[in-house]
Design a protein around this ligand. Structure first.
Ligand SMILES: [Zn+2]
Length: 77
């Protein structure tokens, strides 16, 4: 199903709706990444708020590449 992201309003695909979200709302992968990367992020609270990765919200299709991976990658030209 396609829910609406409760943070940014984008399409938030999910297999199931999480009971702790309003009907029709979920979390998009980009917002999940941002919320989980906050310094005060609490994985247990995140799960209570948004449900399980891959069920109630989907990780981003193209996750951001860490800067250190970019700097370590060989140049192609
Ligand atoms: Zn979002």
């Amino acid at each position: 199903m396609n829910l609406t992201c409760c943070c940014c309003g984008a399409v938030a695909p999910a297999f199931e709706h999480w009971h702790n979200r309003d009907t029709g709302f979920g979390l998009c992968g980009d917002c999940a990444t941002i919320i989980q990367s906050r310094p005060d992020a609490d994985p247990d609270q995140f799960r209570r708020d948004y449900g399980a990765r891959g069920i109630h919200w989907m990780p981003p299709v193209h996750p951001p590449t860490p800067l250190r991976a970019l700097s370590a990658a060989p140049r192609t030209r």
